[in-house]
Write a protein that binds this ligand. Structure first.
Ligand code: AMP
Ligand code: ZN
Length: 473
């Protein structure tokens, strides 16, 4: 199996540190709001990669954190007049619901930054003791980038070039607040608290950790000093992952991660989808219109290192593609349930290894840097072959066998073949009931809102004498 390693800017054979085992860390979201579908991209693609590793027989220890202390969380807490803890707790729960909807397997461990402060203080002290960090007058602890000779190796940047670029920028726009740093690229490991902020005691000041140290420490705690794979979005390469390497390798005296994998952006109108830009859809928004499986299928229809543009047309295309697979699966289920007079065992002219060539194509695609786009093509080919091969004379054993083949490959992509119509139906009926209640209460605005919401789900309502009826468009 080969993966593209950002560290060496090339595809490399995946050779685990320990045979048969993979230790993998994926940077998780900062929890101050519902996650948007850009955040969902790394979740989906690396969950799929994990599933493939497991399919290949690896024992995968998969760690993905929640960043639950951060300026944005504090800001949101102040706006609502509640604690940051409450905000973080709320959005972790919401995020887990979205993850379940997208069929993302829970990580082996989902650590929280606020529960790992002791480890962070210890690593920061180690870095100070070894000369990699220094304490400023106000108690801020900075990492000394010049002390780490490999600084820039992941992002392929050179510290001198970075600094001269920064000097020019500084002349142009006057940057303040950096006087206490030895280099503008020195970064915060620990910062003093401000009024109204959560804080912890430390040897340097009452305060809280910087973002980068959190991941170095959580990765070390749950996976050890050396890991196989560290992953996240491309925006994390610099400075977040570069700084994680500087911290972990300086503190532990060992290489940190062997392979660094980064997904490209999910864009909208050619621009990165981001909270700050306001051009985002939450996973929840999408769930109103589509089964989240469609979102998952849409994300996997592109290679994870290619930028992917979000649009309604592409989502619709993903839905149509997925339906082709689901319809074939439903047809096979129907035959199995209503076997009738079909032979139970394989007949003489049935291939007992039917579809092997497509399984091989699928694996070849996934082995080539997790090429889910080509893996999906292999599944479509398998579906076409099944539709031709299965007919009125097929044996039950054969139909069960091809269904199993299809299910196994779809499982790797996290696609569930059983349609979830039933749960969708009860959701629709609950909305209709709520609309009736709103109308009774003369809350016509809410009633109209629900009608629109149902319309967006392609559900048409009819008021009849027997009550409200509904059908799909
Ligand atoms: P954040 O909560 O911003 O720290 O992001 C959590 C994860 O989502 C990181 O791995 C980011 O790289 C990733 N991410 C954020 N926005 C996008 C986007 N538009 N496309 C792909 N990945 C993204
Ligand atoms: Zn991280």
């Amino acid at each position: 199996m080969r993966v593209y390693n950002t560290l060496h800017a090339r595809k490399e054979d995946l050779v685990p540190l320990e045979e048969g085992k993979i230790k993998m860390y994926v940077c998780g979201p900062t929890v101050y709001n519902l996650i948007h579908i850009g955040n969902a991209r790394p979740m989906i693609v690396f969950d799929t990669f994990r599933r493939y590793l497991e399919y290949k027989g690896y024992d995968v220890n998969y760690v993905s954190n929640f960043t639950d202390v951060d300026d944005k969380i504090i800001k949101k807490a102040n706006e609502e007049g509640v604690s940051s803890e409450e905000i973080a707790k709320r959005y972790i729960e919401e995020c887990k619901k979205d993850m379940a909807g997208m069929n993302i397997k829970p990580a082996t461990t989902h650590p929280l930054a606020t529960e790992e402060i002791g480890g962070m203080i210890k690593m920061i002290q180690d870095l100070i003791d070894k000369g990699y960090a220094y304490v400023a007058e106000d108690g801020t602890v900075y990492y000394r980038v010049h002390a780490f000779k490999d600084y820039g190796k992941l992002s392929h940047k050179n510290l001198d070039d970075l600094e001269s670029g920064h000097r020019k920028e500084k002349e142009a726009i006057k940057v303040t607040g950096e006087e206490t740093k030895e280099s503008p690229f020195d970064f915060v490991l620990w910062k003093p608290k401000k009024e109204g902020e959560p804080y912890w005691e430390s040897p340097w000041c009452k305060g809280r950790p910087g973002w980068h140290i959190e991941c170095s420490v959580m990765s070390k705690h749950y996976l050890g000093e050396e890991i196989d794979i560290h992953a996240g979005g491309v925006d994390l390469i610099f400075p977040h992952h570069e700084n994680e390497i500087a911290q972990s390798e300086a503190a532990n005296g060992k290489p940190f991660a062997k392979y660094w994998m980064h997904n490209a952006f999910l864009n909208i109108n050619g621009e990165k989808m981001a909270k700050s830009a306001g051009n985002f859809f939450t996973v929840r928004d999408i769930a109103e219109k589509y089964d989240l499986q469609v979102l998952r299928f849409f994300m996997l229809s592109a290679h994870y290192r290619s930028p992917l543009n979000f649009s309604d047309e592409l989502m619709q295309a993903a839905k149509n593609g997925l339906d082709r697979i689901l319809n074939t699966a439903a047809n096979l289920d129907h035959i199995i349930a209503n076997g009738g007079s079909r032979p139970a065992d394989f007949t003489a002219d049935e291939d007992q290894d039917f579809g092997q060539e497509f399984v091989e194509k699928f694996e070849a695609a996934m082995d080539d840097d997790c090429n889910t786009a080509d893996a999906i093509s292999a599944i479509f080919e398998l579906v076409r072959a099944i539709n031709t091969a299965v007919n009125d004379n097929s044996s039950i054993a054969f139909v069960k066998f091809v269904k199993e083949r299809l299910t196994t490959l779809c499982d790797v992509l996290g696609i569930i073949l059983e349609k979830k119509e039933e749960s969708l139906d009860s959701e629709i009926e609950a909305l209709i009931e709520e609309r009736q209640a709103a109308r009774k209460a003369k809350n016509f605005a809410r009633a109209d809102e629900i009608r629109d919401q149902l319309l967006a789900m392609d559900i048409v309502l009819e008021d009849t004498r027997e009550g409200v009826k509904w059908h799909r468009k």
